[in-house]
Ligand binder design. Sequence first.
Ligand code: TMP
Length: 412
Amino acid sequence: MIEKKKIIKFLDLGKQPLANSFLEKKNLNNEEFFYNLSIGFNPNNFLVSILNPANPKKQYTNKYAHRASQSKTMRKKFKETSIKLKNRFKPKITLEIGSNDGAFIKNFNKKKCVAVEPCKNLAVITKLLGYRTYDKFWDRNLSNYIKKKYGNINLIFSANTISHIPNTKETFDSIESILSNDGVLVIEDPYIGNVLRLNSYDQFYDEHVYIFSILSLSNLAKKSGLRIFDCEKIDNHGGSMRYYLCKINSKFKETAKLRSNLNEEYLLKFNKISTYKKFSKRIIKSKKKLINILKNLKNKNENIISYGATYKSTTVFNYCKINKNYLDCIIDTTINKQNKYSPGMHIPIISPEKGMTNKVNYAFLGAWNFNKEIFQKEKLFFQRGGKFITHIPYPRIIGKKKINNENYKLFK
Ligand code: TMP
């Protein structure tokens, strides 16, 4: 019998609030929920996970803020993905797990798909459009119910959802039992390769219970009778991997792309704790350097704001204790984030029209994964001498002259 080794903690990101718990002014003095965000590595299955995941019922409520369809980039990407999957697999019936506001499933014929979304405020959007949407958490019961009603499913798609569900065994068992024999499961989630290369420790927040590698996801899937046969690196959400899985005895052959990406994972030692310990050291340095940059600028009375009230920036600000002493405000185009306050550090969030004034000299890139779009948009800011601050892949200032060098390969 293999002795069960313990999960090894390698990173402590301190006391953190829930990443999307933006506060209204009237609640600023209420007690806020904090938990300790620690990250660990399991030497048995090579899985990287947060050590004390929150209760999903507290996270995915009828007040869930993220709306995939509000991003032009995501609408375009989901449309392209749906075309690609329809052409390659020609599914008779498709199921989406975690359909959010329908950004992906809206590209399918209403009669040929089923959607699952536990946040009722989001599920109602596709329901009203006539899509069969179940506002429930994905589990064994729901899988059995859908199977009884619609039969086996040929294509299951799930973007930025599987990594959010603590119980991977039940999740994959329930998928395996509903998937047709030649069916395909396609998963997209932030990739550990990008986190390690970009030092993007801010990919760790309460919703990202797991940051998968091919190695770790293979091990989890295998336990439920599934295997990965293909994968693709994609640039969504700061660098993700798209995994294609099927039943263990299915017809699909492992692709050369899967083998080469898997080889790369062995080469880069994603299966060794030493890799994650080195990463942790880089993150401690990153924190010190970012605080130093901000302190030096504040000593010179510079006006600094943050660009994008992202979940990722909740992790950065609470880990580095970056508050209103450093940042005047956070600007964000999302209306339901505006006029609120950032979780934990209580930095005011306002519209770009109000916040991006001529007085602003520096802007921290909270939404660093949209850097190209933002640099394009902010040409005038650069022209008048404005500069960005980023911590990706290491803390530094980016001015007009450096912008051309900024096409660093974020997502190679
Ligand atoms: P996300 O990384 O979780 O998708 O969040 C990105 C956030 O950044 C979202 O709230 C919208 C905001 N944002 C802006 O405010 N201005 C921009 O130009 C871009 C690209 C994003």
